[in-house]
Design a protein. Sequence first.
Length: 365
Amino acid sequence: MLRQAYRSHAGNLQELLTPLELGRLQATHESYLALRTRLPSDQALNTYYANIHRDWEWGNDENERSANLVTDTINASGNHGTILVLGAGAGRLAYDLHTRLNSELTVALDFNPMLLLLAQRLMRGATIKLHEFPIAPVTIEDCARLGTLAAPAPVGDRFECVLGDALRPPFSAGSFNIVITPWLVDILPTDLGRTAAEVNRLLKPDGQWICFGSLSFAHDRKSKCYSLEESLAVIAQSGFKSLDSRQDEIPYMRSPYSRHARQEKVVTITATKNENAARRQRHTALPDWLVTGNDPVPQSQSFQVQALSTRIHAFIMSMIDGKRSLRDMALLMEQQRLMPQEEAQQAIRSFLIKMHEDSQKPAGH
Ligand SMILES: C[S@@+](CC[C@H](N)C(=O)[O-])C[C@H]1O[C@@H](n2cnc3c(N)ncnc32)[C@H](O)[C@@H]1O
């Protein structure tokens, strides 16, 4: 059952990602494996997959509670002009806010193409079937459940989904009346002060920022893992006034088909743009030689070491011919003056243990 579900899931995801035209890629699977084409290491295509089912299938309870907490902080009768939801994920909160607040324009931005393409289709009124794979299935059928995802109604044309980086959002300064960052600021790799300055830049004068979700920062530098009190201070120093915050306990990611569920004490911070935050250098996720492809690739020491070790890996793999033993390969290594035979045998063994273990792992889905 699971195998069949994985197959069907792969097909469904391929279909969903059709607009990315991945089918046009001509290089072999092995080439891409070698080059390890991937999203930033802390975010994968599937990292927030369960959110899809929470947003569009499990019922209204969780979604409504979040939307209530956010709308409670917004003056419901005011002109809500333009709203930006940064890190909108599968899009339900953005959808709920748009329908409740009837804004002129709501923009949902995320850098995960799977979540955003799905959100876009659902918002336009599509019904999509996708499997859910709960963390702790309640019954055997729950191991892989084909769910039906749909929005209560299409959103209309004043709602846009934008594929982009929240750290370099593709909008002019002063574009939005309200910016919402749901469950985002603590998972970004940047300092909260930089995120706050970017939100400040996006807001019109007197615009409102609503920072909702968790504050469980995971920076390597502990001094950047802010408490609520410190977060408020950082935001206040980034051109915001009238700061307010509340904390509420809500159910979180409670799949009806899983024994696993969370309860979270979420924080809702509201702040009004007071003045322009001090200008900061734009966030650079990667150096220009990587982004534009025009500058020479620097011959750093670490690259030189990696290049040499890759050549050794390739040499070891090329010695595998179905006949040679570890001992034969170690002898060849010595003949090539790469390592003394004894040392080589141990090193090749460690390397091939890793390769063997990798070959035993399932391909994933
Ligand atoms: C914890 S999830 C929250 C999703 C959604 N806001 C919700 O409440 O369900 C974080 C979201 O932020 C997105 N994200 C993370 N880093 C981002 C970045 N630099 N730019 C845009 N989106 C980002 C992820 O793809 C994911 O959808």
